[in-house]
Design a protein around this ligand. Structure first.
Ligand SMILES: *[C@@H]1O[C@H](CO)[C@@H](O)[C@H](O)[C@H]1NC(C)=O
Ligand SMILES: *[C@@H]1O[C@H](CO)[C@@H](O)[C@H](O)[C@H]1NC(C)=O
Length: 330
């Protein structure tokens, strides 16, 4: 059974960073990227505080857009057009959640997130939306805290959801006190990012450390959400958490093109109980294979360890050559 992790290595290693088939980087940006706020002044200001409603698709996306914008200068040495910014993985994943209906109210008690209702609404009952809350607000608030945004730490406040307020934190100080270690990890990432000697491989290490710590802090709080989904989707959610650990272990480079290509393997809609991979007819072969692998992952004892951790050197080599091939293609 120990063969599984090496399959993860093969799978993630198979995404070339070449631009083949992508004529314009703006074609692979997440949904409504252009429409999202791109600077803090696009948000409401009250008593000289920026007020962000992360339960609205565009406003949450705007936090990512601002982080990507404000960190672009530190990634410019790796490739043009911010392509090698490893923070791209987060908004792309969030955009995938939106496009595939995963941010909508899974209980269907409200029309939050549905085409026919309030399609920009992000449901607090969505398991995906809840975990993404921490994967957007903590990186954003830590960026503010580490001085990257050029405002002071008490100048941003996020709005609470309509219920379950106590499950979330809303500003730098409350998130720091609820998640001290995780906030430190995000801060460490941003501190290192600002060093003129930052290395791509080490940036990935700090980013993935912060990412996995964020999930570890919060996964338990939202276990009640699994019940709102089909068994197949709930199973996928649990497996996805395991998969993220593996992606972290191999230091998957979450740059724009690689994240985009990886995402093509993700289920394009919420899973139904009638979906049996690899025979889901409206999924691509790649999407079917990824689901099969994820199901196997769920069945393998987690204690077997990560065989390809030592091989992360492979990725270091690849990412360097990928920036070159990107340069040649552009
Ligand atoms: C890419 O697309 C954007 C918007 O669609 C456009 O403004 C830009 O000029 C395009 N760039 C290239 C190099 O074609
Ligand atoms: C950052 O945002 C500013 C203002 O919206 C824009 O002029 C600039 O081109 C952006 N920079 C990058 C690298 O996206």
């Amino acid at each position: 059974m120990a063969f599984f992790p090496s399959w993860v290595c093969v799978l993630v290693g198979s995404f070339s960073a070449s631009l083949a088939g992508i004529s314009n980087l703006s074609d692979i940006e997440p949904p409504l990227w252009k429409e999202s706020p791109g600077q803090l002044s696009d948000y409401r200001v009250e008593n000289s505080m920026y007020i962000i409603n992360p339960w609205v698709y565009l406003e949450r996306m705007g936090m990512y857009k601002i982080i990507l914008n404000q960190t672009a200068r530190y990634f410019a040495k790796f490739a043009p057009e911010n392509e090698q910014n490893i923070l791209w993985g987060l908004p792309l994943q969030y955009g995938w959640q939106y496009r595939t209906g995963r941010l909508a109210d899974p209980t269907r008690r409200t029309n939050c997130g549905y085409e026919s209702g309030d399609h920009m609404c992000i449901s607090v009952d969505s398991w995906w939306a809840d975990l993404n809350y921490f994967l957007s607000s903590l990186p954003f608030l830590a960026a503010v805290d580490s001085g990257i945004m050029g405002i002071s730490s008490d100048q941003v406040r996020l709005l609470p959801p309509p219920k379950n307020e106590r499950k979330f934190c809303y500003d730098v100080s409350s998130c720091r006190s609820s998640f001290p270690e995780t906030m430190n990890k995000w801060n460490t990432f941003y501190q290192y990012l600002q060093s003129p000697f930052s290395k791509f491989h080490d940036l990935l290490k700090y980013l993935w450390a912060a990412h996995t710590s964020t999930l570890a802090d919060n996964i338990k709080s939202f276990e009640d959400r699994y019940d709102y989904y089909s068994k197949a989707e709930a199973h996928f959610e649990r497996n996805w958490v395991l998969a993220v650990d593996h992606l972290a272990a191999v230091l998957f480079p979450t740059t724009l093109i690689r994240s985009y290509k990886f995402q093509k393997g993700m289920p394009p809609r919420i899973l139904l109980n009638t979906d049996v991979a690899p025979f889901i007819s409206d999924f691509t072969a790649f999407q079917n294979v990824v689901l099969v692998l994820l199901n196997m992952l769920g069945n393998v004892d987690k204690s077997i360890g990560y065989l390809c951790t030592e091989k992360s050197n492979v990725y270091r080599g690849r990412s360097e050559s990928s920036s070159r091939s990107y340069g040649n293609n552009s």
